[in-house]
Design a protein around this ligand. Structure first.
Ligand code: PTJ
Length: 255
């Protein structure tokens, strides 16, 4: 691992880059995943690497859906595993959400490596180890799904997803909750709840919110879901970006 001085203003981000590089060399993160990570970083730079109030609002509604779900599943790919395998396993332990490995650049070897990572963190049952069922409407290898997992899920959490499967899951009639820093991605545009936040922050927030909300009345949760307007929420994010650009426009770096 390259040494990064702790005084560097972008220390945290550089440490995460190093981690992603290591996981890519190990074959857990796809090489293309590094490019996807960079795209996410660009948006997070604009957001000041903080959860925006609109993202937190979406996270609350995501938990309301989760608490009302019968068979919720979270989808894990190479980037998600590298960034937050321990946090995802903990989230699954407290919420009971199933964890399914689903890869765009699918190979048995990568699936096994990610499975090991999750099992080492204590996950008892990993879904997505067989390709028993196929999601209709998509041709990529992402179409393979576990019959007991994503295929039959009512609510699917899809962090860092490509748009094709998000849309296919919607066509199957599922509730789709995405975590994607890009407010303009097809995934974000086609989800029921679009969490525009960085994955590790989002998972931490979701874990805390679950603990705060787990005893809430079912009717109250339903009201929360009914009162949420995803398109309006996303608009607030885009509005934030515009305001930020305006603020930065013509301004020198404050030394
Ligand atoms: O491991 P695999 O084979 O399943 O491949 C995973 C990748 C990520 C390569 C694959 O799903 C892919 O190509 O995704 P996309 O279409 O590039 O979309 C990834 C989205 O995640 C982009 O919109 C990024 O902005 C966003 N993103 C990247 N890093 C983060 C993020 N969103 C939240 N948190 C992040 N840390």
């Amino acid at each position: 691992m390259d040494e990064i001085p702790a005084s560097h203003p972008r220390y945290k981000s550089l440490v995460i880059r190093e981690k992603m590089k290591e996981y890519a060399l190990e074959g857990i993160v796809a090489m293309e995943g590094l490019i996807a990570h960079g795209r996410g970083e660009a948006f997070d730079y604009i957001f000041g690497e903080k959860t925006l109030p609109s993202a937190l609002a979406a996270e609350k509604v995501a938990i309301a859906y989760l608490l009302n779900a019968k068979n919720p599943v979270i989808s894990v790919n190479g980037n998600v595993a590298a960034l937050a395998h321990t946090e995802i396993v903990e989230f699954s332990r407290i919420t009971g959400i199933k964890v399914e490995i689903n890869l765009f650049h699918r190979s048995e070897e990568r699936i096994k490596k990610i499975q090991k990572l999750l099992e080492n963190d204590g996950l008892k049952k990993v879904y997505g180890l067989s390709d028993a069922a196929e999601i209709p409407f998509i041709e990529s290898k992402r179409r393979f799904a576990d019959r007991e997992g994503i295929y039959s899920a009512d609510v699917v959490f899809i962090p860092l997803e490509d748009g094709d499967r998000a849309q296919a899951l919607k066509k199957m009639g599922k509730i789709v909750i995405s975590i994607d820093l890009n407010p303009f991605s097809r995934t974000t545009l086609s989800s029921d709840v679009s969490i525009v936040d960085e994955l590790t922050r989002a998972i931490n927030n979701l874990t805390n919110l679950y603990n705060d909300m787990k005893n809430m009345d079912k009717e109250e949760l339903k009201e929360m879901i009914k009162g949420f307007n995803n398109a309006e929420n996303r608009k607030q994010i885009v509005y934030y970006i515009c305001k930020k650009f305006d603020e930065w426009n013509g301004r020198d770096y404050p030394y």
